[in-house]
Design a protein around this ligand. Structure first.
Ligand code: ADP
Ligand code: MN
Length: 369
């Protein structure tokens, strides 16, 4: 029933190409044969594993749930545009008709104001067996001149919500360490909008601001300031210490998981997603943290759809964003994404050291944050 769904351009992205769309809990992204094959093969391998695995033990636990694929014609005639979907038609008709899309779970669905960080893994960014020579050379240079080369990962893009609701920090903004990043001011832009927010029974108009760090920000970093750049992602968050610790645990668990796979994931990314709006953290404390921000989140598409239906009935008229009280599930998550240049190889070819090294270095730096 795809033509009946309303597709809108993805509102939040940390990096990557244009052309991504969302529809309720779905994220629809232009894709390649290789990426679709990687999702399919990974699920085949994981379904074949015998015992009931612990959450986080399988590679598919770290990937966005894969719901299917679409071709351009499947999404070509969306319903007549309302004001909020006016740009949908444009997206759907300007692309060539053979284009394929992958349908994934939207990883920021249910999050009011997400912080998103995309970290590209590996010092080798291309599959030298299949990539054209010119591209190999170009990406070799990128790696050589960035933390991809020195640390096996680099920040690809970052989006940070400017939280005004942090207790005791009512007026605070993320303090930019201008000295550290003054060369890179042109890579950082502020995006502001007015939103109608309902919280605790009170509705009001709020100015929402995100800072966006583009790919040249990440390319300009080095081993000396990479930690400061990562701190910016957490600086304005509620429970920053617990969150950083949680991400260290997740990185360790993911590293451990990858030790039982033989992949070659070139230019894949780690995606960090966090609820930036401290009001959704208001009932979380040290004692219940584990329950409210689990290590690995188990997606339930059926439940997501139910939530959406409820929202729709309420959301007649002006769009109001309701911040739920006492329902803090899915506050943050770590995912592996972007498999356009990924494959599974024979066990005798060994582990994916290119990716494992990057994760190891990242763990070390996170542990110091
Ligand atoms: P590419 O880099 O080839 O454009 P990616 O798979 O890296 O494609 O996706 C681009 C961006 O889209 C990512 O940086 C991330 O912010 C966002 N994104 C990707 N997959 C999802 C998803 N399932 N849910 C939400 N956002 C996503
Ligand atoms: Mn990407």
């Amino acid at each position: 029933n795809f033509k009946k769904r309303q597709l809108t351009p993805s509102q939040h992205q940390a990096a990557g190409h244009d052309g991504c769309m969302t529809s309720d809990s779905l994220f629809i992204k232009p894709t390649t044969r290789q990426e679709l094959d990687f999702y399919q093969r990974t699920l085949e391998l994981d379904e074949a594993s015998h015992e009931e695995p612990l959450l986080g033990a399988l590679l598919s636990h770290w990937m966005p749930p894969w719901l299917g694929q679409l071709s351009q014609s499947d999404i070509d005639s969306p319903p007549p545009p309302t004001s909020s979907s006016a740009s949908t038609l444009e997206i759907a008709t300007t692309q060539d008709s053979s284009r394929k899309f992958i349908v994934l779970q939207n990883l920021y669905h249910g999050i009011i104001h997400p912080n998103i960080l995309d970290i590209k893994l590996g010092s080798t960014l291309t599959d030298d067996k299949v990539t054209p020579k010119a591209k190999i050379e170009r990406l070799r240079q990128v790696s050589l001149n960035t933390t991809s080369g020195t640390l096996g990962f680099r920040i690809c893009g970052m989006k940070v919500y400017q939280n005004h609701h942090h207790q005791g920090k009512e007026q605070s903004q993320v303090v930019m360490p201008r000295e550290l990043f003054k060369e890179m001011q042109s890579c950082i832009t502020a995006d502001s909008m007015l939103e109608n927010i309902e919280y605790d029974g009170v509705e009001r108009e709020e100015k929402t601001t995100y800072l966006e760090f583009n790919k040249y920000f990440g390319r300009g970093l080095d081993v000396n300031n990479i930690a400061d750049a990562l701190r910016l992602f957490f600086a304005n968050l509620h429970h920053a210490k617990m969150l950083i610790h949680r991400f260290v645990q997740r990185l360790q668990l993911l590293h451990n998981c990858l030790l039982s796979y033989h992949t070659r994931m070139y230019s894949a990314s780690l995606l960090f997603v966090v609820e930036g709006d401290s009001r959704r953290w208001s009932t979380v404390n040290g004692a219940n943290y584990d329950e409210f921000d689990p290590l690995v989140y188990e997606f339930d598409p059926a439940q997501d759809d139910e939530e959406d239906d409820e929202e729709k009935e309420e959301d007649e008229g002006d769009k109001v964003i309701r911040i739920p009280l006492g329902n803090p599930s899915r506050l943050s998550g770590l995912y592996l994404i972007d498999f356009a240049h990924s494959k599974h190889v024979d066990a005798k070819e060994g582990l994916d050291d290119n990716v494992l090294d990057g994760i190891e270095n990242l763990i070390e730096i996170f542990a110091k944050l």
